[in-house]
Design a protein around this ligand. Structure first.
Ligand SMILES: Cc1cc2nc3c(=O)[nH]c(=O)nc-3n(C[C@H](O)[C@H](O)[C@H](O)COP(=O)(O)O)c2cc1C
Length: 485
């Protein structure tokens, strides 16, 4: 079952005991972070804060903070259901060869956008329209998350922009530091969709209209975080996920469409001619502060909202946090697409400690000497996989979903000098270790069994496993041994 808006999602979570209401007044300055952090670490419920100091608007956090809630947000019981739908579109058994595949699959891929967004005339997100002096960001219960943060940050925004050349829309999640009632930072990294639109406006010398939705269909909130190719709009992808079109309405003061079912919408613009402004520091999802950097400024023109809106937010910080589950959804949902392009991939996992871009485990069906290197390079060539700092390739019998197993096997199987490849490439903007921002080194580890054609001439030892017969014998004996007491 898919949810059209936050209220439907929250009602369902509450019914299932997966949402806790907190009526005690709490401070949006650090206090909510400490509470939410403790709950997120144990994959606890979504938290609905009814009374946040300094604001009339209640706040919800940890919407996506467990495997179950993440799947539910996308309208399914298990993320594997979506992976299966994508796999069916790509059906790997059909014609061999790249062109065969492309010609057979492309028409079916259209299904990914077979629920295009639908424009409606009036919408709940515009029940209240605040313009001029009344449009003031200080009405919102924006969190100051960590002690050294440069200020309060809007952390779960859907930033909507339009490509001035093609009209294609982008929805990206980029945090926004609230400077005052009318301006914020716009922290789109240079590799992201919003930043690409910004550069186009800058070269044309035109101001850039921006709308920011808070809330809306949960599948759309997820889609804003997903590494989609530029041509596939997040609105359509969210429609595919939830199996129904996302409803949009024309914004009041900018030429953009916004999700009709959002809780709150900020309308405004970024002026590419304006000097950039210091943004940060911000306690980031790496678990370290991202240092102050210069970013464009968002100017608010209007706030539209529901009569009784809820402000959705999250915190990031030392892993694991809620965002792990958003990344995990991407790992599962995009695996079939990666496998379509790199069919030897059996599975792939980005453990929480690797904060997505630092570590990727991938298991492969090794077919020829040097195969692990081919896979590393292919991954580094796919969209936001370009940020992967360390890729560890193992054989197909290794369960990469269990990082302890993956490290255990990998560390046994490598001869560091022979099996580690250093190369260079783009880095995530949040990587603080590179000598310069966004460009630096990467490491690929070939932890597969080595072949004689790879210059390895000793026998390779078998992994230790008990025989199934003995396991069954002991299963039958087990209760009588009374070792569980
Ligand atoms: C909670 C959260 C906060 C994020 N903040 C930022 C951010 O401030 N800047 C950024 O470039 N990406 C941020 N991301 C990652 C982007 O949302 C992600 O890379 C997405 O694919 C970008 O969409 P785009 O490809 O349409 O630009 C964040 C992700 C999450 C889950």
């Amino acid at each position: 079952m898919a949810f059209n808006n936050l209220a439907e999602f929250l009602a369902d979570l509450e019914k299932e005991g997966d949402l806790k209401r907190i009526s005690q007044q709490v401070s949006p300055r650090l206090q909510i972070t400490e509470i939410a952090d403790r709950v997120m670490r144990r994959q606890g419920p979504a938290l609905f804060f009814e009374r946040v100091e300094g604001s009339e608007i209640p706040l919800v956090i940890n919407l996506f903070g467990s495997a179950g809630r993440m799947a539910k947000a996308l309208g399914c019981r298990d993320l594997e259901e979506i992976a299966q739908r994508i796999r069916a579109l790509l059906d790997l058994r059909i014609p061999r060869g790249l062109w065969g595949k492309i010609s057979a699959v492309l028409p079916r891929l259209k299904e990914l956008s077979s629920f295009p967004s639908k424009v409606v005339r009036s919408a709940p997100c515009q029940e209240v329209v605040l313009e001029g002096e009344k449009a003031d960001l200080r009405r919102l219960p924006v969190l100051t998350c960590w002690p050294q943060d440069g200020g309060p940050f809007i952390t779960l925004p859907l930033v909507i922009t339009k490509d001035p050349d093609t009209g294609t829309r982008n929805v990206g999640m980029y945090r926004m530091q609230v400077y005052d009632g009318r301006t914020t930072g716009m922290h789109w990294h240079r590799h992201k969709g919003g930043a690409a639109h910004f550069r186009k406006h800058r070269s044309r010398g035109t101001p850039m209209e921006v709308a920011v939705a808070l809330g809306g269909p949960p599948a759309l909130i997820y889609a804003a975080t997903a590494p989609l190719p530029e041509q596939l709009e997040e609105f359509a992808f969210a429609g595919f996920l939830q199996r129904s079109p996302v409803e949009l309405v024309r914004a009041k003061t900018v030429d953009l469409e916004v999700p009709a079912e959002a809780e709150i919408v900020l309308e405004g613009y970024v002026d590419p001619a304006e000097p950039l402004r210091r943004e940060g520091p911000f306690g980031d999802h790496t678990g370290f502060y991202s240092l102050p950097e210069d970013y464009p400024v968002f100017h608010l023109k209007a706030i539209t909202m529901r009569r009784n809106p809820v402000y959705p937010t999250t915190i990031v910080g030392p892993p694991p946090k809620e965002d792990y589950w958003l990344g995990y959804a991407t790992e599962r949902v995009f695996l079939p697409l990666l496998q379509w392009m790199i069919p030897e991939i059996v599975d792939l996992h980005m453990p929480a400690e690797g904060v997505f871009h630092n570590l990727v485990f991938v298991s492969i069906r090794k077919q020829y000497p040097g195969h692990a290197y081919k896979v590393m390079h292919a991954l580094w060539g796919q969209g936001q996989m370009m940020f992967a700092k360390v890729i560890v390739v193992v054989d197909e019998d290794v369960n990469v979903q269990d990082p302890k197993e993956a490290w255990w096997v990998a560390l046994n199987h490598i001869d560091p000098q022979r099996d580690i490849l250093f190369t260079r490439g783009p880095l995530d903007e949040l990587d603080h270790a590179g000598a310069q921002p966004t460009f630096g080194s990467k490491m690929g580890i070939d932890a597969t069994r080595k072949w004689s054609e790879e210059g390895f001439c000793r026998p390779w030892p078998d992994r230790i496993r008990m025989t199934p017969e003995v396991q069954q014998q002991v299963d039958r004996l087990w209760e009588r041994l009374r070792l569980d007491d």
